[in-house]
Write a protein that binds this ligand. Sequence first.
Ligand code: PAF
Length: 290
Amino acid sequence: MNATPPRPRLVKTVDELRGILDGVRRSGRRIGLVPTMGALHEGHLSLIRASKAEYDYTVVTIFVNPSQFGLGEDLTEYPRTLDADMDALTGCGADLVLAPSDEEVYRPGHATWVEVGAGAEPLEGRHRPGHFRGVATVVLKLFNMVGAQAAYFGQKDYQQVLVIKLMVADLDLPIEIRVCPIIREPDGLAMSSRNACLSPDARQQALVLWKSLCLAGELVEQGECDTRIIAERMRQTIAMAKDARIDYVALVDPDTLEPVDRVEGRTLAAVAVHIENTRLIDNCLLKAES
Ligand code: PAF
């Protein structure tokens, strides 16, 4: 007999969520949290599997957080696919899904925000002012709603992870932050909800992000340490896509995100590129042989 795989329970309000989680905690089960904005893909599912492997009960949140989108960004175009997301979650180990409305998360009169520090300033912060204030605020709210022991994030949003870890340390939040590797399509494109917005032609062009990171790795392996030379070669690779517009190509210290002149030890290579109307990010850690 084939058993139907379990579909997680879906709730829309914080009260419902808390009612269920009170029972989970009373029974001594430990909770893992996977915050998402939906349009789920294998990258998200890998976070859920990691939570399932380490915790007794996994909560997934699906909320397209308006406060992390700037004016002129893709808030209205961002894919919203709750039915398909619930199908994707069936049988993958999530126990409960919170998919609240904007009003449930930001009640009328909401006026309190997390002020993020220097880690939020360069790279994404420079190109998306206010983005990390919105991310940190909603993530703190989700932490408080769920009361999980751990939360899972993907390495693709490298700076987001850094900002969240700083917030957790600075505000003494009782939660572990777990970071999972970037999941890639077979041709190397990093999985992202925004990939769904790419036309077939733009999807092909989007490969230049991964190609530029691979090139950086190859140059370092060949002994090139000068970050100006590496960044220039990466830009040339990206420019081969006719509809690419670069926000940044950066070679930085992985802990501080300060630019570095030479690849010595670990260096983060990070790129943000618009392909047609879709903005994509990707990164990898470079390691020079000592
Ligand atoms: O990485 C994301 O999907 C979002 O930034 C997050 C962490 C769910 C906050 O809205």
